[in-house]
Design a protein around this ligand. Structure first.
Ligand code: XMP
Length: 537
């Protein structure tokens, strides 16, 4: 790759990845690395001349004094522009001879910032102008400490009532720093500010475009694989689908996709995957129909984690057996296992050493497969963010409905049927869920012009194995209950239940109760995450 690049050093803020995404939205390639890389790493990273600028992120620590993380000093000696954000500003100030003051009340939320000094970073960027003619920005702040004294060479670039030094700049060395967060969408001009930094100040070439990336990625896959064969586990999800389409574009019949159908997919999903990849793309796809095997293993099991383990284990077994068959029947050497790993899966975050994630749910994990199968790993999406994967998918000709789908968990309907999984339940759930999704796609919101499928991040139906009494015609029914779940979220770590219009809920419940014999009651889940999770199990 010959792209110019921006280095983002991560001090552990939850929104560091947003910085990288904003930079890439300006079509400049960027990478996130932990803040504790050393000087020689930084110099090596810059050695090929492609590094055009560095951004220091915020931190997970709310106060500067809580953290001992500092930027490698080499960052300030490379001769490229540096932008410090929040904690990144504070460490820049401290490391270059200024002073940070602690013990302040935490400032969190919107703030009005006055731009000062007409620096190249903020010049002509404003949300409004005061009667005196000062440019004002509406920004998002989240900090405790602040810079009390600027380092030598810096001038004031922005201030708020409670934070007199909310931005500072050394125009000669092209060092800039902001106490507020330009990467979050609450800062309305944030995108313009980051664009200004990478395009005008760093002069990075805006050549990171997914349409053009295809040729580069195809070339890289061909070089890596040579004339060997590749196996890929196709799930029907966005990442594996785009990976399959890309690899197929590169090496055609040297790719064999294995699609394990565990019988816990949505309505017609298996057929749709086959139709797309085998029918339209003419890729080689082996469909392993293992639904009986999965349902057999799940019989009598009610604990959610036990169900996940069984589904994960069986998936690996079925996949391994199919891969072994392919290895034996192919004339050429099967040497590669392809996976749809994406950039957020591989980013190593900084400043997080003390943070320990708690496992709430064990995710469907197929790690260790390449070693067990004796295959090398091919991961053509590992530099891409999810939105880039989607763009690439569309550029490769995959249908937008497939590429912009809501996420679907690996264990599938296995964790959406509460308690024991039975085929009868799965069939009822599939029918009900299909109606819900159809209606979400049919209902357009008058204000935004978007469908409710687009306005929600994830929506699905949950099967509750309890029966309630109903009346239909002249008769009494005693049937099952389903719950509808629809959430809005940007990161799936927290989520709000979606305020779906009553008319939509009414249509869905009417259709499910009338069309799905065996369900006579529909409920809507109004729990946010936390404390509830998105899935029910
Ligand atoms: P929760 O329920 O933890 O879900 O709030 C957050 C996101 O993760 C998905 N999810 C899973 N994905 N295997 C997966 O591949 C799993 O076992 C699993 N459990 C939850 C869930 O659909 C949501 O997008």
């Amino acid at each position: 790759m010959q792209h110019d690049k921006i280095l983002i050093l991560d001090f552990g803020s939850q929104v560091t990845q947003l910085i990288a995404r904003r930079v890439r939205e300006a079509h400049v390639y960027s990478e996130v690395h932990p803040c504790d890389v050393d000087d020689s790493w930084v110099r090596q990273y810059a050695a090929d001349g492609r590094l055009k600028g560095v951004i220091l992120s915020g931190s997970h620590a709310s106060v500067y004094e809580e953290s001992t993380d500092r930027a490698p000093q080499a960052v300030f000696e490379l001769g490229v522009p540096v932008l410090g954000i929040c904690y990144g500003m504070q460490t820049m100030a401290q490391q270059l001879g200024g002073r940070v003051e602690g013990g302040h009340k935490r400032e969190f939320g919107f703030a009005a910032v006055r731009a000062r000094g007409h620096t190249p970073l903020l010049r002509d960027i404003a949300d409004h102008t005061t009667p005196e003619g000062h440019g004002m920005l509406d920004v998002w702040m989240s900090h405790g400490d602040k810079v009390a004294e600027m380092p030598p060479g810096f001038k004031l670039m922005a201030s708020t009532d409670s934070c007199p030094i909310a931005g500072m700049a050394d125009e000669e060395r092209r060092f800039y720093a902001l106490q507020f967060h330009p990467e979050v969408t609450h800062t309305r001009q944030g995108r313009a500010i980051l664009e200004r930094f990478v395009l005008d100040i760093c002069q990075a070439r805006p050549d990171w475009v997914m349409r053009d990336h295809i040729a580069e990625a195809v070339q890289a896959i061909r070089e890596q694989v040579g004339d060997e064969e590749v196996i890929l586990g196709l799930s029907g999800g966005v990442d594996s689908s785009v990976a399959a389409a890309l690899i197929h574009r590169a090496i055609g019949d040297q790719l064999t996709c294995v699609f394990v159908d565990h019988g816990l997919l949505r309505l017609h999903e298996g057929d749709a995957v086959m139709e797309m990849f085998e029918g339209k793309l003419h890729a080689k796809v082996v469909r392993a129909d293992a639904s009986e095997r999965f349902l057999g293993e799940l019989a009598g099991v009610t604990d959610p984690e036990a169900k996940r383990k069984i589904i994960g284990r069986e998936f690996v077994e079925v996949f391994k057996a199919e891969a072994a068959k392919i290895k034996h029947t192919h004339s050429r050497h099967v040497a590669w296992l392809a996976q749809g790993t994406i950039y957020p899966d591989v980013i190593e975050s900084g400043g997080a050493k003390s943070k320990k994630a708690v496992t709430i749910k064990s995710h469907h994990n197929v790690g260790g497969l390449p070693e067990q199968l004796g295959l090398k790993l091919l991961e053509p999406l590992r530099d891409l963010f999810k939105d880039e994967v989607r763009e690439l998918g569309v550029a490769l000709g995959l249908p937008p409905e497939m590429v912009y789908r809501h996420p679907f968990p690996g264990p599938g309907l296995g964790v959406r049927i509460l308690g024991e999984v039975k085929k009868e339940y799965a069939d009822l759930l599939r029918a009900a869920d299909d109606i819900f999704i159809q209606e979400l796609r049919n209902h357009v919101d008058a204000v935004t012009g978007k469908t409710w499928y687009e306005l929600t991040s994830q929506a699905f139906t949950v099967f509750l194995p309890v029966r309630s009494v109903g009346v239909m015609g002249d008769g009494r029914t005693y049937d099952y209950v389903v719950a509808l779940r629809a959430v809005q979220t940007s990161d799936f770590m927290t989520a709000d239940w979606a305020e779906l219009p009553y008319a939509l809920l009414k249509k869905v419940s009417g259709r499910i109760i009338n069309e799905v014999r065996g369900i006579n009651r529909v409920t809507y889940d109004v729990s946010s995450k936390p404390p509830a999770t998105i899935e029910w199990e």
